[in-house]
Design a protein around this ligand. Structure first.
Ligand code: SF4
Length: 835
């Protein structure tokens, strides 16, 4: 059982992008039991690097579900390594897929849960497994289990791309990259599933299969790839939400909680995978939303909440949701909303601006009315213009307009688009400081289980190039910016993998063997290789490329989606005839099949949708929200002393601050209602990071609240309350240099003092050396005294600094020599710094 702790901890090796995570989360991180004593070990894996997924929640969701079901399990996270990390890990023989807390490779876990968010991530799966000591194919892993030569974890894939993951499965042979797939919403099911998987993983080969088979009877949506059976896509009960707090991961996003206030989509856009795969639209009652938000705040120390729903503005209480969240959080941000709802709820734009929203993303999708009808977008040009006028009038700083190019746009469509762009230019032209406007246009990927899956495919660039050239010319002609969300080769590979023609599984293995990955961009040459590979085998046949009939054998034919295939096909026929169908939100049921008529929480899903009304923001709502926001400009302020741990010092300030707030709420639960935020005012402040890089020890937090906090309350909880921000007359620093000699440390300090023009003399002492700083040097207010002595594992430098403390140059010199170091700061003399 290899343990890569030493390598991953080592500070003298090349840096890794996850160093802050390794440092902050020790073996007992994420409330884990000791590795050896854990009832089971589960690795939650993202197929993209941490920097690209830390703003998303699937790994947190899996953690919450699994933790609630298995308090005694060891739960850990693994992220696809960046290019540099892949190289460093590969050279050192450390598996790419390893836990950031345990530092154990994936082979040491019982269960590996792979979260697949989008189609191109599938390219990473086989190389990720192979570079982690896991044979990429299930058959190979099974063979090893049968002959007893090796035992591997059960690997299960789920996530928002699960329904488009068929390329990871070979229907002809039944082989697969993973042992099982989970289709659909996991709320209320994943915990039970993971517990069952952990139990099955302990069995021999036959017992494992029997265990997986038995789970198919218990958990809707679960499909072991070795078993052919019909599977229904899982749909969570309206009241099923994860319980328990998500883990606080040591990244930039540690201070933000993401909150689902609605689930699913009420619209029927013909291209949209999420819109069809997440049905029906459901919403969480206002009281539950606020209670959950406060639980998240207490459990994570978050000071920002993000509404992480596809269509947050469809919530029938969205106005109250935003207001109440603003009362509890320092900031409220919104992810994604529908423009047609903004058009139908006129006060919402103004209300959102009052709530702090300055950047608006508008999914227009179609370049013309005809194109929008093809996409079933339900967005008339008059409504689009009205919404944009409102956004501009309310003072937005940025507007992003998103389009999809089908490749079928003609000159008439593009002329309409040019006219629209010209209108927008004229609208903004009158403004002294207009918002920045960005246009984005990506090629349409025909996703499975959507109406446009039946549409013919275009993998040649020529038709798109014509449309794109006109698009870019219109945008540039009006002085706006435009960009493409992905390269054309990335679109092509996405398109093929999403509809997964027979042979796609072999393609993924062949691409892995050539070292192709997707890491912010697809490896150059990957699509050319894939295209040649597919052409050699005649896979891009007319049947696959052309328009598809009702009975076309799409992948995952055994899967029953929440929205019926029959309905989806009928919508395709509608689209072909330019027949747009309206949402069922507050209207008639279109019979997609997603709703249950069972009375789950007082009203059936269908009845809820029929009775739904969009929310409006009145003048009174606006005044109330403005009052809450205005109060944040003059918050109550308290200064609280705290200890910044060595581990948190390595992480971004957001993590340290969230950890402080979480501890504060645990010590004084009533403060969850009144504290808006608390930020480090010393070690992790901008100045602290610059002048005392990497320091841990005494620090001070500035606590901002909606009501005064009694000093006695904080003191009773063990906090030291200060009167103001720290401006230390004396700062005591201890710099430990493990492995460094006294002579080396003396040289470093002398060079630093000389470079800082601090005159000094060096004096030998019994225990080491002392630097006597001249009066002129002391007047600079930086280093007042310095000593070097020998500690347990190397040289120790003690520094006493004045108000203008700044050891950044000393730390830079230490880092340049690739010496490990540990810098501790104390606001009071504890006898260490002066030696
Ligand atoms: S079943 Fe009817 S009401 Fe429910 S989501 Fe589908 S169309 Fe809407």
């Amino acid at each position: 059982m290899p343990d890569h702790t030493d390598f991953l901890k080592l500070t003298s090796r090349d840096p890794l992008s996850l160093d802050a995570l390794y440092a902050a989360h020790g073996e007992r991180g994420f409330a884990n039991p000791a590795w050896e004593g854990a009832v089971s070990r589960v690795l939650i894996v993202r197929l993209s690097p941490f920097r690209d997924v830390e703003r998303s929640t699937p790994h947190e969701f899996l953690f919450r579900e699994a933790r609630a079901a298995m308090p005694g399990a060891y739960l850990d996270f693994s992220f696809f390594p960046t290019l540099r990390d892949r190289s460093v890990l590969g050279r050192a023989g450390v598996p790419w897929m390893h836990g950031v807390a345990s530092r154990r490779g994936a082979v040491d876990f019982d269960v590996v849960l792979v979260s697949n968010s989008y189609t191109l991530e599938l390219v990473n799966l086989a190389p990720f497994l192979a570079a982690s000591g896991l044979p990429p194919s299930r058959s190979e892993r099974d063979r090893s289990a049968s002959d007893g030569s090796a035992r591997y974890p059960l690997i299960v894939l789920g996530g928002s791309n699960a329904m488009a993951s068929a390329a990871a499965y070979d229907d002809a042979s039944g082989d697969s990259l993973v042992d099982a797939v989970y289709f659909g919403e996991g709320e209320g099911s994943v915990g039970r599933l993971v517990a069952g998987l952990a139990s099955a993983s302990r069995e021999g080969a036959d017992g494992r299969l029997a265990g997986l088979a038995s789970l198919t009877r218990e958990v809707v949506g679960f499909w072991p790839t070795a078993i052919r059976l019909t599977v229904a896509q899982a749909k969570a009960r309206p009241d099923a939400y994860p319980v328990g707090a998500p883990p606080v991961i040591a990244g930039e996003e540690a201070g933000t909680s993401r909150l689902e206030i609605t689930r699913g989509c009420p619209s029927f856009c013909s291209f949209c995978f999420e819109g069809w795969e997440r049905k029906p639209f459901r919403e969480r009652p206002l009281g539950d939303v606020i209670a959950e938000a406060l639980r998240l705040k207490a459990g994570t120390g978050a000071d920002t909440v993000e509404l992480a729903s596809y269509n947050f503005n469809a919530h029938s209480d969205v106005v109250a949701v935003i207001r109440e969240l603003h009362k509890a959080f320092w900031a409220v941000s919104f992810q994604s909303q529908r423009v047609d709802i903004l058009a139908r709820s006129p006060g919402l734009v103004r209300y959102e601006v009052a709530a702090g929203k300055r950047s608006f993303t508008v999914g227009v999708e179609g370049v013309s009315a005809r194109a929008r009808a093809y996409f079933s977008k339900e967005l008339a040009e008059a409504d689009l213009r009205a919404v944009l006028e409102r956004i501009v009038r309310e003072g937005a700083r940025e507007i992003k307009l998103f389009y999809i190019l089908s490749g079928f746009e003609d000159a008439g469509d593009m002329a309409e688009f040019s006219a629209f762009v010209g209108w927008l230019r004229a609208l903004l032209g009158a403004l002294p400081s207009p918002p920045r406007v960005m246009f984005s246009a990506g090629e349409l990927i025909r996703m499975p289980f959507t109406p446009l899956a039946y549409e013919s495919l275009i993998l040649d660039e020529a038709p798109f190039a014509v449309v794109r050239a006109r698009f870019d010319a219109a945008v540039a002609g009006a002085g706006f910016e435009s960009r493409a969300p992905e390269r054309f080769d990335e679109y092509c590979l996405s398109q093929v993998l999403a509809l997964a023609p027979p042979g796609s599984y072999g393609l993924l293995l062949a691409m892995a063997a050539r070292g192709y990955v997707y890491d912010r961009a697809l490896s150059r040459g990957a699509w050319e290789f894939a295209r040649a590979w597919l052409d050699e085998r005649g896979i891009l046949s007319g049947a696959f490329m052309g328009e598809k009939p009702r009975d076309y054998p799409f992948p995952y034919p055994f899967l029953t989606p929440v929205a019926s295939r029959e309905h989806v096909y009928r919508r395709f026929l509608d689209v072909k005839e330019s027949r747009e169908r309206t949402t069922c939100l507050g209207g008639d049921c279109a019979g997609c099949g997603a709703c249950s008529d069972a009375d789950v929480s007082g009203v059936s899903e269908r009845a809820f949708l029929a009775a739904h009304r969009l929310d409006e923001a009145s003048e009174r709502d606006l005044r109330e929200l403005e009052a809450v926001v205005a109060a944040k400009r003059k918050p109550y302020e308290a200064w609280v002393g705290a200890a910044l741990s060595r581990e948190a010092a390595c992480a971004p300030p957001a993590y340290a601050a969230a950890s402080f707030r979480k501890a504060l709420y645990a010590a004084v639960p009533a403060l969850v209602d009144t504290v808006w935020t608390a930020e480090d005012a010393f070690l992790k402040s901008k100045a602290g990071l610059e002048r005392l890089p990497g320091a841990w020890g005494d620090t001070v937090y500035r606590v901002l609240s909606s009501a005064p906090i009694a000093t006695s309350v904080l003191e009773a909880a063990g906090y030291v309350v200060l009167e103001s921000a720290p401006v230390p007359e004396r700062l005591f620093l201890e710099l430990r240099l493990p492995g460094a000699s006294i002579a080396e440390a003396v040289r470093l300090v002398a060079d630093f003092l000389n470079a800082s023009a601090i005159p000094h003399t060096l004096r030998k002492e019994a225990s080491g050396s002392a630097f006597v700083v001249s009066d002129k040097g002391r007047k600079k207010g930086n280093v007042l005294e310095a000593r070097v002595a020998l500690g347990d594992d190397g040289a120790v430098v003690g520094l006493v600094c004045g108000r203008k403390y700044d050891v950044s140059m000393l730390i830079a010199a230490v880092a340049k020599r690739r010496l490990a170091f540990d810098l501790r700061a104390a606001l009071a003399d504890d006898g260490r710094a002066a030696g």
